[in-house]
Design a protein around this ligand. Structure first.
Ligand code: NAD
Ligand code: UFG
Length: 350
């Protein structure tokens, strides 16, 4: 009896593994490490004092994937593996469609073959595109604005069709809003390659001195201070949402979508201020033009997850900022190496 976590070495996956292990589940973890390091898996084992098999396997290699199902008794899958950079998806659409969609098709084929029909899928608030109104409910119109978003929408459709063809499937589509923060131990966190695309890792890298200043993408939106508003959710709360979804998936059949957000929107300026307060570090910033494709305000109506999954985010903005900063301070080069070694490397970088 084990849960297969695809993408389990990644930012959300590693935190999800911790919560699953703490809840008493046995795990099998798969990741091709294209956007992560094995060190995160090692730290999950260290933090929980639990063992589990890790497979460095690409979902595109269906034979290798099948071996995992042969070697283990898998009862359910939490499927987080995928590429997630919006800009990169615009530049390399075929790469994104192939990786995210073919990878998921392979996974579903092998699951069917082994009679494993319980699935929790990492979708995204990106499936709402430009929302007509906020807060966004699960019934809001779906539209994708870039190839990455298309992959999430298409996979949601594939999973709906799969259930229509075989009513034994039980599938939760988790539409994440904006995960930030890190494990409170400071041992797990977000480790972007190169210059971060997302707000919080950009801020923490400015705070540590790796980047000179934050560029705020536009201050002319119809929001209280003109900067973009998002529903930031602590990654540990998000991880706990997977445990609740899994428990629901065991008990039912069907396909159901859930927003995983807090229901509160914060502007870029509010995030900068909250981070400065939590860290005691000033964040120099400059307002530049809006980022193409960005929207003004996006936040969830999370009531459906509360009613159906018994899940609700518990951690506030202060905790998100404090934990993001602890992770960055203790791991200035992410999972690359330990702090003692990185001080030297950081000197070279600066
Ligand atoms: P991440 O990049 O840290 O984790 C994804 C993991 O999947 C990585 O470890 C990567 O190596 C692995 N992977 C990618 N393609 C693979 C393949 N073909 N075979 C095996 N492994 C593969 O990203 P994350 O932030 O942890 O996101 C996890 C999931 O949540 C993704 O599907 C992402 O699209 C979705 N999501 C993320 C966000 C966010 O803001 N972080 C928001 C909404 C949805
Ligand atoms: N922002 C800046 N400067 C930066 C980075 C971001 O001002 O350097 C602003 C953005 O304009 C936006 C807010 O900060 O107003 C948040 O931006 P992020 O890039 O952190 O997050 P997004 O909401 O744009 O997108 C993220 C993921 C998407 C996912 C979406 C919804 O990157 O993949 O959340 O889950 F679809």
């Amino acid at each position: 009896m084990a849960i297969l976590v695809t993408g389990g070495a990644g930012y959300i996956g590693s935190h999800t593994c911790i919560e699953l292990l703490n809840a008493g589940y046995e795990l099998v973890v798969l990741d091709n490490l294209v956007n992560s390091k094995f060190e995160s898996v090692r730290r999950v084992k260290e933090l929980t004092n639990k063992e589990f098999p890790f497979y460095k396997v690409d979902l595109l290699h269906i034979d290798k994937l099948e071996e995992i199902f042969k070697e283990n008794t898998i009862d359910a899958v939490i499927h987080l593996a995928g590429l997630k950079a919006v800009g990169e998806s615009v530049e390399q659409p075929l790469f994104y469609y192939h990786n995210n969609i073919t990878g998921t098709l392979n996974l579903c084929k092998v699951m069917s073959l082994y009679g494993v029909k319980n699935l929790v899928f990492s979708s995204s608030a990106t499936v709402y595109g430009l929302p007509d109104s906020v807060p966004i409910t699960e019934n809001s119109p779906l539209q994708a604005k870039n190839p990455y978003g298309q992959t999430k929408l298409m996979i949601e459709q594939v999973l709906q069709d799969l259930y229509q063809s075989d009513k034994e499937w039980s599938i939760s589509l988790l539409r994440y809003f904006n995960p930030i923060g890190a494990h409170e131990s400071g041992r797990l966190g977000e480790d972007p390659q190169g210059i971060p695309n997302n707000l919080m890792p950009y801020i923490t890298q400015v705070a540590i001195g790796k980047l000179p200043e934050l560029h705020i993408f536009g201050n002319n939106y119809s929001t209280a201070d003109g900067t973009g508003v998002r529903d930031y959710i602590h990654v540990v709360d998000l991880a706990k949402g997977h445990v609740c979804a899994l428990e629901k998936v065991w008990k039912t059949t069907g396909v159901d979508a859930f927003n995983l957000g807090t229901g509160k929107g914060y502007s870029v300026l509010e995030i900068v201020q909250a981070f400065e307060k939590a860290s005691g570090v000033e964040i120099p910033f400059r307002v530049i033009g809006p980022r193409p494709g960005d929207i003004g305000a996006c936040y969830a109506d999370p009531i459906k997850a509360k009613i159906n999954l018994g899940w609700q985010a518990q951690r506030g903005l202060e905790e998100m900022c404090r934990d993001a900063w602890r992770w960055q301070e203790q791991n200035p080069l992410g999972y690359e190496t330990n702090k003692k070694d990185t001080t030297l490397k950081l000197d070279v970088l600066l």
